[in-house]
Design a protein around this ligand. Structure first.
Ligand code: UDP
Length: 239
């Protein structure tokens, strides 16, 4: 097996990422691109666990603002992540990648129920395992689920995919003077209130020493460069 800087990763895609340039729905072209990127590291022996969001379809907080009960909205949000996971599995399998989808909420006949030991065994056997339905609980985000699953599978890195090159002091699409941070500590990310991830996710990663890399998922070859230790994106760690 080829030796990489990172041998086991947890990759987190937001729901908006799979929507491509549209705000809603699922763009098959984006799924195909993601699949090619994932294949480039799976073929080199890297173990890949994946968490997918659901914001392209439903978000509990937004539904709640529009008048729906928050828990009902969060249940819809979690179900949305399962739909995205099924779509991503389809794209990966079409590219010849062995893939399984697990859900934190049991859904027999559609996807498997999350089981950490089985997930770890599948990863070691070369399967990509997509973890869906977040943590299975309302009031959490899929970023928190990504940190949780990353810790559970013993990932050496959690990779959070974004549409910009990493973490900035401000939105680089709106402010050309926004400062890029090549690295940050968890304390910095929390204290500076940078909109990179919610505090629950950052705190969970900090306490369990799970390193996070925020990177631009649209850059071709980016995933392979990162697992090979190239200095792309922003690394968040305990310093
Ligand atoms: N969600 C939840 N519990 C979890 C993870 C997600 O209730 O553990 C719900 C929540 O309503 C959230 C939605 O699922 O808004 C979609 O997840 P998220 O907003 O994290 O998706 P992303 O922003 O990554 O697309």
């Amino acid at each position: 097996m080829i030796s990489h800087t990172y041998q086991r990763i947890l990759l987190k895609y937001s729901g908006e990422a799979v929507a491509g340039d549209e705000d809603q729905g699922i763009d098959p072209k984006v799924l195909h691109f993601m699949s090619k990127e994932i294949k480039s590291i799976v073929d080199r022996g890297v173990c890949v666990g994946l968490v997918i969001g659901g914001g392209n379809l439903f978000r509990g907080e937004k539904l709640n603002k529009d008048g729906m009960d928050r828990v009902a909205g969060d249940h819809m949000g979690m179900l949305a992540t399962v739909m995205n996971g099924i779509a991503l599995r389809d794209a990966l399998e079409r590219d010849g990648i062995k893939t399984r989808v697990m859900s934190a909420i049991p859904m027999p006949g559609i996807v498997e129920h999350f089981d950490r030991r089985i997930a770890t065994q599948l990863l070691e056997a070369g399967f990509v395992v997509i973890f869906t339905a977040g943590t299975g609980n309302p009031f959490f985000t899929t970023d928190t689920a990504a940190c949780l699953r990353g810790i559970e599978i013993g990932a050496d890195l959690m990779l959070k995919a974004t549409k910009v090159d990493g973490v900035y002091s401000d939105d680089p699409n709106l402010n050309k003077d926004a400062e890029f941070y090549p690295s940050l500590t968890f304390d910095d990310a929390i204290d500076k209130k940078l909109k990179v991830m919610d505090t629950t996710a950052l705190t969970l990663a900090r306490v369990n020493n799970l390193k996070i890399k925020v990177f631009n998922f649209r850059k071709e070859g980016g995933l392979l460069d990162i697992v090979n230790g190239k200095k792309l994106g922003t690394l968040i760690s305990n310093g």
